[in-house]
Design a protein around this ligand. Structure first.
Ligand code: DQA
Length: 138
């Protein structure tokens, strides 16, 4: 099984970015632990701060990968284009958020990803990704 993880803007700063909200683990550390725990799964990982690059990556893996875990970060709340892309591909997308966006500012309550997503996992810290993997295995 192949799972593609795609992270949006500022998630390259995990570990040092607002650790009270996003935790103190870097994504590389976390991904290594995930790969060890789920050694029978092939993970590919992509992060970009640029909307068009995220769209290109979703299109690239969206007809071959078994599942996509997508944390579009701030683009979640603004990007009609990323929302359109996940509706255009074959691979199911699970929307991931580290923080509980509904307990934060109003502008984080709107998602352009959710209508095209298979499911939504939010608010479990960085383990939202792990719960996404478990949901795929099930
Ligand atoms: C986030 C929540 C977004 O509102 C925010 O812009 C992010 C991260 C999360 O994982 O909690 O960058 O997607």
């Amino acid at each position: 099984m192949n799972i593609s993880i795609i992270n949006g803007p500022n998630l390259n700063l995990l570990g040092k970015r607002e650790p009270n909200i996003y935790g103190s683990v870097t994504f590389d550390e976390y991904l290594n632990a995930l790969k060890k725990e789920f050694s029978n799964i092939k993970f590919d990982y992509f992060q970009s701060n640029i909307e068009g690059e995220i769209i290109d990556q979703i299109q690239k893996v969206g007809f071959s990968s078994d599942s996509i875990l997508l944390n579009a970060a701030a683009y979640t709340h603004t990007s009609v284009a990323i929302g359109d892309t996940i509706k255009a591909i074959d691979t199911p997308v699970i929307e991931i958020h580290i923080s509980n966006t509904f307990s934060r500012e109003d502008f984080r309550h709107k998602s352009y990803i959710t209508p095209g997503a298979k499911g939504l996992i939010i608010g479990f810290g960085i383990d939202s990704y792990r719960l996404g993997v478990l949901s795929i295995i099930k």
